[in-house]
Design a protein around this ligand. Sequence first.
Ligand SMILES: Nc1ncnc2c1ncn2[C@@H]1O[C@H](COP(=O)(O)OP(=O)(O)OP(=O)(O)O)[C@@H](O)[C@H]1O
Ligand SMILES: [Mg+2]
Length: 244
Amino acid sequence: MATSDDICLRAAGISRSFGGRQVLQDIDLDIQKSEIFGLLGPSGAGKTTLVKLFAGIDEATTGSVDLLGTRLPKLSMLQRIGYMAQSDALYMELSARENLQFFGELMGLGGQALKRRMNHVVELVGLGEHLRKPVSSYSGGMKRRLSLAIALIHEPEVLILDEPTVGIDPVMRQSIWDELRQIRAAGATIIVTTHVMDEADKCDRLGMVRDGRLIAVGTPEGLKQDTGSHTIEEAFLYYGGVRP
Ligand SMILES: Nc1ncnc2c1ncn2[C@@H]1O[C@H](COP(=O)(O)OP(=O)(O)OP(=O)(O)O)[C@@H](O)[C@H]1O
Ligand SMILES: [Mg+2]
């Protein structure tokens, strides 16, 4: 039985409206510490809106989000979270190295510790050769990789990644997933959104989001078994009311 010490994130009764339009409805969810939790759903389902609440950069209209036992939003929690937004938030006129340095310092790193972390994350995302080029000259995949490096720079306890592997080639994607597993093994919790079914299969547990609601939560295997499906895609269609 999970105790409150095992819980990384607890969302209770959350909804979010924009100008009277409800985009998230009645979401209850517990995410355990040291799990890779995936949020899967079609475009416009509400995944980005939800992870912004989890990162404490947006606030629910009703309901609450507690992260590591602290009610969000809370400025001091930002240092414990690595958030990678769906649209890269980078300084385009600066180089990758300068971006990493800036965000690392913002997270309280400096001196040798910052250098060590910069070297580690740069190697991880394979940007070594391009470190001194301005980010404006980067491809879409390179910008994603730099955003991931920035999210990891301060070794956060909770990583929240919004479609981290979009535009990234299969080889690099594989190495990023290998690293995510290592980060989890070291005790961090990872929350990741995706459209990609094979990535959904790599998560410890999945939440399926559709039309602003969480329609199912479980392990990939469990969700497939419960619906008599061979694939996550089939299970998703089942929960969405589309019986194949
Ligand atoms: N700031 C906002 N103002 C008004 N509507 C918004 C705002 N942010 C999101 N929405 C709406 O909320 C819904 C969910 O959007 P969201 O970006 O969370 O979806 P998503 O699941 O992340 O989609 P995608 O897979 O395309 O990234 C959409 O209909 C979107 O138009
Ligand atoms: Mg999104």
